[in-house]
Design a protein around this ligand. Sequence first.
Ligand code: ASP
Length: 329
Amino acid sequence: MSETRRSATGRIALAIHGGAGTIPRDRMTADRAGRYEEALEKALKAGYEVLEHDGTSLDAVTAAVIVLEDSPLFNAGCGAVFNAAGKHELDAAVMEGAGLRAGAVAGVRRVKNPVLAARAVMERTPHVMLIGSAADAFARRSGLEMVARDYYSTPQRRAALKRAQAAEGEAQAGMTEAERHGTVGAVALDATGNLAAATSTGGFTNKLPGRVGDSPVIGAGTYADNRACAVSGTGDGEYFIRRALAYDLTVRMRYLDEPLDRAADSALQAVVELGGSGGLVAIDAQGNITMPFSTEGMYRGCVKDGKFAIDIFRRPGASRHSGENQDPF
Ligand code: ASP
């Protein structure tokens, strides 16, 4: 790529999350943490490699999210949670910050990588979102890999459904954050200065069939605008939708001139005040990264200037729902 096509800084950077619902700290063994960290590192490397070879931020977030979807550890693609009917319904979205192009799918059940289906909606149709079996049929027609219904299923997710359903019908009663939250996402800045975001999820255990969360809703769980930042959220989707979290963050930067970390903290705080919890990763056009969360932990990682950082729990001294101390660089 010629230098003239590079952004002023030419900086590349990427941040990912594997959900704001971590296994509780007292139940997290070194072995388990190691497996999560390994998967996060693999995803970061996949995305960063794209950026290092002058690939687009869209290709980078797609590559990172595919790795996380393919890992059974995370609630997206293989390893997705079960809904109340004992089935999987997956949601995903992608967005480009340059022209505000976006694509999403909701309630898909047969496409191996929902993020690719979302991207195909953006690139091959005049629409932003396709749902259900028609979205799967579109993915199939687009040549994407399709899987058997039980491809996404894991014994751990089945056990979580059993526990949730034993808890007197209350959707989230007795569930740990790890069982409630879980989504994967990525945000990136490429060398030309373009931002992109991608998010993919199984939603939450025991959700009603047909329920759609924030992840595929552009402006709620996913948003990218080169004039501000790219955002991918994880958490109580209904609250993220009601607060338009991802869009709120970008317009706080644009209208109020807030820096990335303050805008992210404020947007997440608004979700918390409404009664929700969760987290997000966001990156701005200068390559600043913030990864705040209101939960005990959030699987997360980022890479900038060749330096990788991966973390699971809140750092000692860092306050809840604050981006402070969350940018490791
Ligand atoms: N935000 C996702 C949803 O509501 C779930 C999560 O991230 O925990 O579908």
